[in-house]
Design a binder for this molecule. Structure first.
Ligand SMILES: [Zn+2]
Length: 256
C-alpha cells in the first residue's frame, strides 16, 4: 500500500483526530490581563489552529478543534459554549443557563451572560475581540470590525452590561489582538463611517483607537488594549488582510 493510497490517508486522519481531542487550545492562547474572580478570557493563537466555520478547511479538523476546546473548558468547569455566525452588526444575545453543550446561533456579533459555567466566543482575524466583564459576575464578548464599530457594537455591549446593573464606569473592557493602525489601510468611506470626516484618499486607521474613544465617551475607566497586531504578529495570529482564511477565537468564560 503506497503512502498516497486513500485508505492510508484516512487512517492517518483518525490518528491525528485522536491526538487533537487531547490538545488544549487554551495552553497557547493570549490571555486577557486583569481578569478577576472566576472570569477567564483569552484569544487563541495560530498554533491552536483555525476555529472558523466558513473556510475551506476540512470539517473534521475544525470540529475536532471545537471539541478539544470544549474539553479544555469543561475541565475548567464550563458547561456551555456560545458562538454565532457574525454579520458585522450590533446585535447582542443574552444567554441563560437552561442548556449544555455548544450553541451556534445566527446573526449576532455579541454575547452576554451572568450564568456561571458559560463561555462566550467570537471568531476574528483582524477584527477586534472585545471582552467586557464586571466583578459582579457578568461577562460579554463582542466582534468589532470597522462595520461593527461604526454600527455601535460597543455601545450595545455596554448597554447590555448596564441592563444587568453593571454600568460602564464599573466594567473592565479589553480590546484584544486585531490589526493595528500601521497595517490597516482603508477607503474614504470607512474613515467617514468611523470618524465622521471623509478624507480625499485612502488612509490608515486604528479601529481599536476608535473603540477606545467610544469606551471613554461612555465613561469606561478600566480599559486595556492588547499590544498584539494580527498582521505584525502573523506568526502568532491569523490575519485576513495577510491572506489567511483561518480565524482565532476570542473567549470569555464565567467559571463555576
Ligand atoms: Zn500591525
Amino acid at each position: 500500500m503506497s503512502a498516497n493510497d486513500p485508505a492510508t490517508s484516512v487512517c492517518g486522519s483518525v490518528d491525528d483526530t485522536a491526538r487533537n481531542f487531547q490538545s488544549d487550545p487554551l495552553a497557547s492562547a493570549h490571555p486577557v490581563p486583569e481578569m478577576i474572580g472566576n472570569i477567564f478570557a483569552c484569544t487563541t493563537s495560530r498554533s491552536a489552529g483555525s476555529f472558523g466555520w466558513m473556510s475551506a478547511q476540512p470539517v473534521v479538523d475544525v470540529m475536532t478543534r471545537w471539541i478539544g476546546l470544549a474539553n479544555a473548558l469543561h475541565a475548567r468547569g464550563v458547561q456551555r459554549i456560545a458562538t454565532a455566525t457574525q454579520v458585522h452588526g450590533a446585535e447582542i444575545v443574552r444567554h441563560g443557563g437552561g442548556w449544555v453543550g455548544t450553541l451556534r446561533l445566527h446573526g449576532f456579533d455579541g454575547h452576554i451572560t451572568s450564568i456561571p459555567g458559560t463561555a462566550l466566543t467570537v471568531t476574528v482575524a483582524d477584527c477586534t475581540p472585545v471582552f467586557l466583564s464586571h466583578p459582579r459576575g457578568v461577562i460579554a464578548a463582542l466582534h468589532a470590525g470597522w462595520r461593527g464599530a461604526a454600527s455601535g457594537i460597543l455601545d450595545a455591549g455596554l448597554d447590555a452590561m448596564a441592563s444587568l446593573d453593571c454600568p460602564p464606569s464599573e466594567c473592565h473592557v479589553h480590546l484584544g489582538p486585531s490589526i493595528c493602525g500601521n497595517c490597516y489601510e482603508v477607503g474614504p468611506e470607512v474613515v467617514e463611517a468611523l470618524t465622521g470626516t471623509r478624507p480625499s484618499r485612502h488612509q490608515y486607521i486604528d479601529v481599536r483607537a476608535v473603540l477606545a474613544r467610544q469606551a471613554d465617551r461612555r465613561g469606561v475607566q478600566n480599559l486595556s488594549v492588547s499590544a498584539l497586531c494580527t498582521r505584525c504578529h502573523g506568526d502568532q495570529l491569523y490575519s485576513h488582510r495577510a491572506g489567511d482564511e483561518g480565524r482565532q477565537l476570542g473567549i470569555i468564560a464565567l467559571l463555576v
